[in-house]
Design a protein around this ligand. Structure first.
Ligand code: HEC
Length: 302
């Protein structure tokens, strides 16, 4: 709520500041209405992420798709949905992204809400009333338009940050981790095929490698029981899990880690190197400033 209030405040301010160079449309949503006019659940849905979040994901999807036990690890509440949709492979059909920017027909999330042939499991919302075609069309339009996270509001916020840094009044936010999946200190159900680490800035892709990001299995099924030396098929812990890492397609502030084999039960730690010569940095050569790590358990379902 306070975030929307902030946007309501900043959008007209910056639109006014930049009136000379902003072109047309800044400060307006996809229907040409002022930003914020579609911010409530009762306002008409428009083809921008914020509106889809408020009108569809939050009220209809997030009751199931939230928290550590979110189906297929897909959290669709406001803090997580974008990071886990755009450019992230589907768990059910890993050859497809959940949302492929520019291509709704190859976006698994769209196939799931359409109930298309070829989906695994049920049509979404599961066991609920299918979304009206008009709603599906708006979501498709957002994806066709490149599935941007922001609207004119976001570019206005960026412009505001630039103005502030020119005036030396406030530095841009430090490079930081904003979201992970699995969440820190949670237990998720095996197998886990991929891990997501989201940042607040675009990441320098050339720095993504096995020294800047590591995945280790630090204990067997429970955090308090180290893997016994003799455990069948498992080396003693901690050991580094062979993993590939890359930016999510069309979502360059999100890194997807894909273990060579889906993770079995145990406790895992992801570490991001944030200092020194070999540190991860954003596209402006800003490092995290300190190392970052998070831990999660992988368990069998009850
Ligand atoms: C009643 C609970 C429930 C609701 C509501 C629900 N889902 Fe799901 N969703 C599930 C379950 C359970 C699965 C896994 C089993 C399946 O696919 O049938 C799933 C799977 C998915 C997947 C597959 C994820 C992947 O990585 O393969 C997508 C995409 C998805 N849901 C999107 C949505 C969207 C979008 C909405 C809202 C329009 C929604 N769901 C509403 C329970 C729900």
């Amino acid at each position: 709520m306070s975030f929307s209030a902030y946007k309501l405040f900043i959008a007209p301010l910056v639109a006014a500041t930049l009136a000379g160079c902003a072109g047309n449309g800044d400060g307006l949503d996809a229907n040409g209405k002022p930003i914020g006019s579609s911010g409530g659940g009762t306002a008409p849905l428009t083809a921008d992420f914020q509106s889809i979040q408020v009108n569809v994901f939050t009220p209809i999807c997030s009751p199931c798709h939230s928290g550590a036990s979110a189906p297929e690890g897909l959290m669709l509440d406001a803090g997580h949905s974008y990071n886990l949709l755009v450019g992230i492979p589907s768990a059910e059909v890993p050859t497809l992204s959940r949302v492929k920017a520019g291509d709704p027909n190859n976006s698994y999330m769209v196939l799931k809400i359409q109930g298309s042939a070829g989906i695994v499991g049920g049509r979404m919302p599961l066991n609920g009333t299918p979304l009206p075609q008009a709603t599906i069309d708006v979501i498709r339009t957002w994806i066709t338009n490149g599935a941007p996270q922001g609207t004119a509001t976001a570019s206005a916020t960026n412009a505001m940050a630039k103005i502030q840094s020119l005036g030396n009044s406030a530095p841009a936010a430090p490079f930081a981790v904003t979201d992970t999946a699995p969440l820190d200190n949670t237990t998720v159900i095996a197998p886990v095929a991929r891990i997501v680490v989201a940042f607040n800035h675009e990441v320098d892709a050339s720095l993504i490698n096995y020294t800047t990001l590591t995945l280790e299995r630090v204990a067997s099924a429970r955090t308090d029981s180290p893997v016994p030396m003799g455990e069948v098929g498992m080396p003693p812990t901690p050991f580094v899990v062979p993993t590939s890492a890359a930016l999510a397609a069309g979502n360059p502030s999100v890194i997807v880690l894909t273990p060579a084999a889906p993770l079995v039960t145990g406790t895992y730690r992801v570490s991001v190197r944030g200092t020194g010569g070999g540190a991860l940095a954003d596209v402006n050569v800003q490092t995290l400033g300190s190392d970052y790590s998070f831990t999660f358990n992988v368990d069998v379902s009850q």
